[in-house]
Design a protein around this ligand. Structure first.
Ligand code: NI
Length: 137
């Protein structure tokens, strides 16, 4: 059967402060600039979830997109949307809440949940000008 990739887009907004508590205030300022604002700042994130698999001859689907949306919302979006990534999100605890670390955390949670498809890529947009890609490596 043909192997096809399919993508569902989800959106959430969240606050964070990008800093490393192990470093001095001066070093955090130097590394992270305004992202280190102690009083937080927010982003409107866009998460592109790409799964791949064989087309099921019975349905013509790789995966039911409604199922993919529901699992991504249940496992990720409800825990992230309108939350503070530093304070409110257990799976981000102890990590610097950069887009890079966030996409890896999302992968670890979502990858085991998308059977019979396979998680192929997550693309996480933090602003309209930049995104990160992760393919589980
Ligand atoms: Ni930021």
């Amino acid at each position: 059967m043909p192997l096809v990739a399919i993508t569902r887009i989800l959106r959430f907004n969240a606050a964070h402060r990008v800093y490393n508590p192990a470093l001095s205030d001066a070093e955090n300022d130097r590394l992270f600039g305004k992202c280190n604002n102690p009083n937080w700042h927010g982003h409107n994130y866009t998460l592109e979830v790409t799964v791949e698999g064989e087309v099921d001859p019975k349905t013509g689907y790789v995966i039911d997109l409604g199922d993919l949306k529901r699992v991504a919302e249940r496992e990720l979006i409800v825990h992230l949307d309108h939350k503070n990534l530093n304070l409110d999100v257990p799976f981000m605890s102890g990590t610097i809440p950069t887009t890079e670390n966030l996409v890896v955390a999302c992968w670890r949670i979502l990858a085991p949940k998308v059977a019979p498809a396979r998680l192929a890529k997550l693309r996480l947009w933090e602003t309209e000008n930049h995104y990160v890609d992760y393919e589980g490596r």
